[in-house]
Design a protein around this ligand. Structure first.
Ligand code: GLN
Length: 448
C-alpha cells in the first residue's frame, strides 16, 4: 500500500491503483465498508456517503435517497480532487448520521479487529475502510461521528472547529453542528488533508479561516494537559487506565498535567439531542419524493403522497428523530426544550472557555468502552445508544476541534485517546496527538 508521503514523493509504481481497487473490493466483501467503489488514479480518498460527489451516487445511508446522483461536488471534495485525489468510493454510514454504531442503515460495516463487533458510527464505513487499507477518508461529525468510529477501529479521526471546512455539498443532519473532517492512519496525514480542505468558501456563509499548513504543528510542544475527571468516571476502568498511560507518555516529554472538572458534561447530552433532532426534523423535510431519490406514483393529495414516500424511505431511527425534533420545537414546548437546550449549549461553551484558560488541551478517553458486539447493541434501548455519546457530544456541541488517536488495546480491541482544544486551536490537538503517536510506534493492522 501507498503512504501519503510516498505518494507526494512520487514513489509509486503505476500498477498501484489497480491494486488499490482490488483491495477496496476485498475490504468491502469482508467488512462491508463501501456503498460504491470506482476505478481511477491519484491518491485514494474515500468519502462518507453524506458528502456529495458529482456523478457518484450519494445516499447518506438512507433508502429515501436511493438513486440520487449529485450534479456537483461538495467543496471539500472539489478541493481534494483539484489536489490530485482519486475518489475510490463512498463509505457506508448511519442513516443521515443518526447513530453511534453504524447499525441504523442497511449496509452495516463489520469491525476489522473483530467482525462480530460494530465499527462505531456514524462514519463507520470510513473508519473501517481506513483500518483495512491505508488511504484517506473524508468523514463528518455532528456529535462525535468521526471520533467514535476512529476509536473503535484504531485509526486517527480529526474533527476541526465548526465552520473551518465548508459544509457546501454536505447533506445536513444538524446544520449548526455538522463538521467535515478526516479519518486516516496517521496524524500527519489528517493534518495534511485538513490543509487542503479548510478555509473560507463563498458557498457556505458559516465557513471561515485562511489557508494554513497544519502539518507544521506535527512537532514537539510542551503542553498543559487537563484531565477532566467526569470523563474518566464515565469510562470503563480499563479504558481510563490506558488513557492515563498515554498521559504519562506525554508527561515524560515535558507536558504538565492537571486535573480539571467539566461539570456540564451530563447536561450537554440531552441538550445536544434536542438541538440535533430539532434541526434534523426541519432539514429532512425536503425529502418528500419530489426532488431527490425515492419517488413513486402520485396517489391521493400531496400530503398523502409525501407521507407514503417518507414512510417507505426513512428508517426507524430517522422517524424517531423527526418526531422528537418536531415535538421539541412545537409551540408550547419550544421554550421548555429547544430554547432551554440552546441556553445549555451557551453554558457548555462558556465552561470550556474557562477550562481552556487553565490548560491547552483536554485529554480523555474518546469512548467509554471498546467496540461493542452486535448482539450487545441489539439489546440496547435508544436512550442507551444516545448515552454512549456522552464523552464526544460536549466538544461537538461547543464546536471545538478534537482528535482521536489510537493508543494500545483493551481485550484485543483498540482504544482511542481524545484531545480537545479551544476554537481554532487545531495546532494544539495536532501536536498532542502527533507526539503520542510517535512515542507509541506503528500499529499492526489486521490483514484483510
Ligand atoms: N451518535 C450521535 C448522533 O446520533 C452523533 C452522530 C454524528 O455525529 N453524526 O447524533
Amino acid at each position: 500500500m501507498l503512504s501519503l508521503r510516498e505518494f507526494l514523493r512520487g514513489e509509486h509504481d503505476p500498477e498501484i491503483f489497480e491494486k488499490y481497487l482490488e483491495l477496496a473490493k476485498k475490504a468491502d466483501e469482508k467488512f462491508r465498508c463501501f456503498t460504491v467503489i470506482s476505478p481511477g488514479s491519484g491518491y485514494p480518498v474515500s468519502v462518507k456517503d453524506n458528502i456529495s460527489t458529482k456523478g457518484i451516487p450519494t445516499t447518506a445511508g438512507s433508502k429515501i435517497l436511493s438513486g440520487y446522483v449529485p450534479v456537483f461536488d461538495a467543496t471539500a471534495v472539489e478541493r481534494i480532487k483539484k489536489w490530485g485525489a482519486w475518489i475510490i468510493g463512498k463509505t457506508t454510514m448511519d442513516e443521515f448520521g443518526f447513530g453511534t454504531f453504524n447499525t441504523n442503515t442497511e449496509k452495516i460495516p463489520l469491525n476489522p479487529w473483530d467482525p462480530e463487533r460494530a465499527c462505531g458510527g456514524s462514519s463507520g464505513g470510513s473508519a473501517c475502510a481506513v483500518a483495512c487499507i491505508e488511504h484517506i477518508s473524508l468523514a463528518e461529525s455532528t456529535g462525535g461521528s468521526i471520533s467514535c468510529p476512529a476509536s473503535f477501529c484504531g485509526v486517527v479521526g480529526l474533527t476541526p472547529t465548526y465552520g473551518l471546512v465548508s459544509r457546501f455539498g454536505l447533506i445536513d443532519y444538524a446544520s449548526s453542528l455538522d463538521k467535515i473532517g478526516v479519518i486516516s492512519r496517521t496524524v500527519w496525514d489528517a493534518s495534511y488533508v485538513l490543509s487542503l480542505i479548510a478555509g473560507k468558501d463563498p458557498k457556505d456563509m458559516t465557513s471561515h479561516g485562511e489557508k494554513k499548513d497544519y502539518t507544521s504543528f506535527c512537532r514537539e510542544t510542551k503542553l498543559k494537559l487537563g484531565l477532566p475527571k467526569e470523563y474518566f468516571e464515565l469510562a470503563d476502568e480499563k479504558i481510563g487506565k490506558k488513557v492515563l498511560e498515554a498521559v504519562s507518555v506525554l508527561e515524560k516529554l515535558g507536558c504538565d498535567v492537571i486535573d480539571v472538572s467539566v461539570k456540564l458534561t451530563e447536561a450537554a447530552l440531552p441538550a445536544y439531542y434536542i438541538i440535533a433532532c430539532a434541526e434534523a426534523s426541519t432539514n429532512l423535510a425536503k425529502f418528500c419524493g419530489m426532488r431527490y431519490g425515492l419517488s413513486g406514483p402520485m396517489k391521493g393529495d400531496y400530503n398523502e403522497y409525501f407521507s407514503a414516500i417518507r414512510s417507505a424511505g426513512f428508517g426507524e431511527e430517522a422517524k424517531r428523530r423527526i418526531l422528537l425534533g418536531t415535538y421539541a420545537r412545537m409551540r408550547g414546548y419550544r421554550e421548555k426544550f429547544y430554547e432551554k437546550s440552546l441556553r445549555i449549549r451557551t453554558a457548555v461553551i462558556k465552561e470550556f472557555k474557562n477550562v481552556f484558560r487553565k490548560v491547552d488541551v483536554l485529554c480523555a478517553p474518546t469512548m467509554p468502552f471498546v467496540a461493542k458486539r452486535f448482539d450487545e447493541i441489539e439489546k440496547m434501548e435508544p436512550l442507551d445508544h444516545y448515552r454512549s455519546d456522552i464523552l464526544t457530544v460536549p466538544v461537538n456541541l461547543a464546536g471545538l476541534p478534537h482528535i482521536s488517536v489510537p493508543f494500545g488495546f483493551v481485550n484485543g480491541l483498540p482504544v482511542g485517546v481524545h484531545f480537545m482544544a479551544d476554537h481554532l486551536r487545531e495546532d494544539l490537538v495536532i501536536s498532542a496527538a502527533w507526539m503520542l503517536e510517535r512515542e507509541r510506534g506503528e500499529i499492526k493492522y489486521p490483514k484483510i
